[in-house]
Design a protein around this ligand. Sequence first.
Ligand code: UDX
Length: 423
Amino acid sequence: MAELGHTVIAVDSDAGKVESLSRGVAPMFEPGLDELLAVVLPTGRLRFTTDYAQAANADVHFICVGTPQRRGENAADTSFVFAAAQSLAPHLSGKALVVGKSTVPVGTAARLRDRLQQGAPSGVGVRLAWNPEFLREGFAIRDTVAPNRFVYGVQGPSADADVALLDEVYASPLASGTPRLVTDFATAELVKVAANAFLATKISFINAMAEVCEAAGADVVQLADALGHDDRIGRKFLNAGVGFGGGCLPKDIRAFMARACELGADEALGFLREIDAINVRRRSRMVDLAREQCGGTLAGRRVAVLGAAFKPDSDDIRDSPALDVAEAARQEGAVVTVHDPKAIEAARLVHPELAYADTVEGACMGANVVLHLTEWKQFREIDPAALAAVVANPLIIDGRNTLDPARWRSAGWVYRALGRPTV
Ligand code: UDX
């Protein structure tokens, strides 16, 4: 927002994050974010604080807090959204617009407006819009500054004024032709979860095809390439492998099913249970294949895991397929060493029982099998011949189907992958 020319006060309850951001250091790895902070902080248009009162004069208040999966349940935990709203409400003025960005169960916006109204100073009529973001980690800046669409969920007497104010906020991307759709609250809330459900479905579809390919001796990568040429289908999100993880897709499809159930529409989303099951199965299939290739047991085997983040260009390890596989192998008695270009620190905090190495070679030293589980560019650039000299067995299982099988095989490796023929 500051990059777009606005004056921004960012409020967070975590004093550590506020302090670090104020120094220009992002609390997580996102390509270009530290550089962007270095450009924007000296302009004075961006400040960080833990004090809601400092945001009292803002024209627009974005609520961007997380909605993680509730422990032991499928439903989303919206308590952070309501807590932020409760802290903000006493500081609202009549002209201010509150804008929800968080991914929430449909129906939350209407409840939130009531809650904001209860907490607002008397005489202040609360204005709320729902404006989901669709940013991908690793592309967060581009997806924010130049998204592929805007969705404004507006309702009530201020709806037209709310649209006009959001148009002012997003004037620059709108001027470059970004489409914008105006809907009611419920539709705007649903767009986000429906989009993620569709993406998850696409990935699980191709992973189901990978299972069939394995049984039939076919090649899922060629299958995806051929399907992708049909532009009604498209090649994006048809990369088969260990499946989707992260803080969004897995928990969003579960929260979506839980909410549909509350609404009495559970049958409509029954297929998402299967999407989730296919996805989870990919992780155990990876462990099965590693065990099988290691002579029927992982006990005592040295396993190198390349990747800890749930996707490349991120240090986010939430629901990471790579760490799930690493942990499952360790539980079967394997000696597991993990390497990731950015996520080792985060992984070590959550999985202190795993061993970590700062380099690919360090992780692969003496390995009986190498598992490629997060498709960092650096891993595609590995020299297979040089790595063969470091491992005990030149055996690699490509859980992301992004390494070149011919290159690895010609350097003497046994290359195996999910959904691809043995030779
Ligand atoms: C996702 C949505 O893409 C984004 O629009 C939304 O705002 C938030 O959730 P993100 O969680 O950053 O973004 O990751 P995404 O790029 O969607 O990937 C999710 C997972 O799917 C990753 O683990 C990735 O490795 C996996 N994936 C993706 C596949 O297994 N195959 C694919 O073809 C694509």
